[in-house]
Design a protein around this ligand. Structure first.
Ligand code: IMP
Ligand code: MG
Length: 422
C-alpha cells in the first residue's frame, strides 16, 4: 500500500474508524497526528463494538504498529484507561504502540477551563467535548505546555506542574471555579506516566527508519475538514489541523513521502456541537435517531443531521487534495425517499459554489437542492457495487462526480464485511 492520509471531509464522524480498520489490512503502521480524546472512532469487529479515542484503530489488527504522533494532545490518565480497556477485551497492546515524547499533555485545568469558557460564552458556545482540547493546544501555541518528555522526568514534571497549577488556579478562582489540587494531579499523572513509559519513543526518527524500509503508513485523521482550526467554520472548530497537512506536521513525515489522500464522507451530513450546518433537516434527523443511528461516540450527544452537502465536499477535496473517496453509511438512507443533495448555496440572492469563510455569512446561506428518488430497499447485504439497487448506484456516483474525487469505497454497514471496494 502507498502511504495514505485518510481525512474526514465533513464535520467529523464520517465513519473513518471503520474505513481505517479496513485499510489497515494493507498497511504496516497506523499513525494519529492530531486531536486528542475528543475523537471517538467506532469499530465493530466479530460482533464486538470498540470505541477508540486516542489509540489508532489499527490496534485491532495483529502485527500492525500504531503511533500516537507529536501533534496529538494526550490525557495520560485517559490513555491508560483506554489501553487497559482494550487489554481487558483481549486486544494486545504492547510493542505495537508507540507514543511520541513530543506530544503535549492535557491536564485537569485544561478540562475545567474548557468547561468554564463554554459557560461564559452562553448562547455563543462552541459545543466542545469538554476534554480540554482547546486550552491544551492553547498552551502549546503559547509555549507554556507540558509534554510527554516532561512526564518521563518526575522531578522536573512536578516542578513544572506546580507552577502551572498555581497560575491556572488563580484564573479558575477568578472564574468562580474550584481550584485544582496539585498533589492529587501529580500522583495520578506520574502513575499514568510510569504505565506509559514503555511506549514512549522518538516517533519521528522511528517513522523515518520505517520509511527507509519501505513500510506502508496509514495516517488516521480525527474530526473532519470543517472542524479544522484554519480551514473550518471558525470559531466553531476544534483546535488542530484536521486536514491533510496536519498529517505531516503532526508526525514529522514530510509531504513528498505522502502518496494518496483518501477522503471519507457520509452519504448524508452530520455535526455535533454548534455552528452552521447549511443542509440541516429535522425530519431526516428524527428518522436517523429513531433507527438508533447518529449518537456521538465520545459524548453520547445526538448528532445534528442534514442532506449531503456537495459544496462542502468539493471544498474539502480541494483543501485536502483528495484523490479517492469513501462513502459511508449509505444504508442510513435505505428508507428515505426522495433524497436531496445540496449542489450550491444561495446568499442574499447570489449563488455560491464555495462556502463563505465568515461564520455569520455561512449561517445565512440557504442550500440549493437537487432531488433524486430513493431506493427504498436494504443495501446492507451488498458485496459488490452491482449488488446495489440502481438508484443507490447512481446516487453515490453522483456524490463522487459533484465532489470531484474518484469513488473507491462504499460502506453499507458497520462491519468489515459490509464494505464494497471498487
Ligand atoms: P473540541 O474538539 O472538544 O474542542 O470541540 C470543538 C468542536 O469539535 C465541537 O463542535 C465538537 O463537537 C467537535 N468535535 C470534536 N471532536 C469531534 C469528533 O471526533 N467528532 C465530531 N465532532 C467533534
Ligand atoms: Mg467520531
Amino acid at each position: 500500500m502507498a502511504n495514505t492520509i485518510l481525512v474526514g471531509a465533513q464535520w467529523g464522524d464520517e465513519g473513518k474508524g471503520k474505513i481505517i480498520d479496513v485499510l489497515t489490512a494493507n498497511a504496516d503502521i497506523v499513525v494519529r497526528s492530531q486531536g486528542g480524546n475528543n475523537a471517538g472512532h467506532t469499530v465493530i469487529h466479530r460482533g464486538v463494538k470498540y470505541i477508540l479515542h486516542l489509540i489508532p484503530s489499527g490496534i485491532l489488527r495483529r502485527r500492525k504498529v500504531c503511533v500516537i504522533g507529536n501533534g496529538v494532545v494526550i490525557d495520560p490518565v485517559a490513555l491508560v484507561r483506554e489501553i487497559e480497556g482494550l487489554q481487558k477485551m483481549g486486544i494486545a497492546v504492547g510493542k505495537n504502540l508507540l507514543i511520541s515524547d513530543c506530544a503535549h499533555l492535557v491536564l485537569p485545568y485544561h478540562r475545567v477551563l474548557d468547561e468554564q469558557r463554554e459557560l461564559l460564552k452562553g448562547h455563543a458556545k462552541i459545543g466542545t467535548t469538554k476534554r480540554g482540547i482547546g486550552p491544551a493546544y492553547g498552551d502549546k501555541a503559547a509555549r507554556t505546555g507540558l509534554r510527554i518528555s516532561d512526564l518521563m522526568q518526575p522531578a522536573l514534571f512536578s516542578k513544572k506542574l506546580q507552577a502551572k497549577i498555581r497560575e491556572n488556579n488563580s484564573i479558575l478562582q477568578a472564574l468562580g471555579a474550584k481550584p485544582i489540587n496539585f498533589c492529587e494531579v501529580k500522583e495520578a499523572y506520574l502513575a499514568a506516566g510510569e504505565k506509559l513509559r514503555p511506549f514512549v519513543a522518538n516517533t519521528v526518527v522511528w517513522l523515518h527508519r520505517a520509511l527507509q524500509r519501505d513500510r506502508a503508513i496509514l495516517f488516521e485523521g480525527a474530526q473532519g475538514t470543517f472542524l479544522d482550526i484554519d480551514h473550518g467554520t471558525y470559531p466553531y472548530v476544534t483546535s488542530s489541523n484536521t486536514t491533510a497537512g496536519g498529517a505531516c506536521t503532526g508526525s514529522g513525515v514530510p509531504p513528498h513521502r505522502m502518496d494518496i489522500v483518501m477522503g471519507v464522507v457520509k452519504a448524508y451530513t452530520t455535526r455535533v456541537g454548534e455552528g452552521s450546518l447549511p443542509t440541516e433537516d429535522a425530519t431526516l434527523a428524527d428518522m436517523l435517531h429513531e433507527m438508533g443511528r447518529e449518537f456521538g461516540a465520545t459524548t453520547g450527544r445526538p448528532r445534528r443531521c442534514g442532506w449531503f452537502d456537495a459544496v462542502a465536499a468539493r471544498y474539502a477535496t480541494m483543501i485536502n487534495g483528495i484523490d479517492e473517496l469513501a462513502v459511508t453509511n449509505l444504508d442510513g438512507l435505505d428508507s428515505v425517499d426522495p433524497i436531496r443533495v445540496c449542489v450550491g448555496y444561495r446568499l442574499e440572492g447570489k449563488r455560491l459554489d464555495v462556502p463563505p469563510s465568515d461564520a455569520a455569512q455561512l449561517e445565512k446561506c440557504e442550500a440549493v437542492y437537487e432531488e433524486t428518488p430513493g431506493w427504498k430497499t436494504s443495501t446492507q447485504a451488498a458485496k459488490k457495487f452491482s449488488d446495489l439497487p440502481e438508484a443507490a448506484q447512481s446516487y453515490v456516483q453522483r456524490l463522487a462526480e459533484l465532489t470531484g474525487a474518484k469513488l473507491t469505497i462504499v460502506s453499507v454497514g458497520p462491519t468489515r464485511g459490509q464494505t464494497i471496494v471498487l
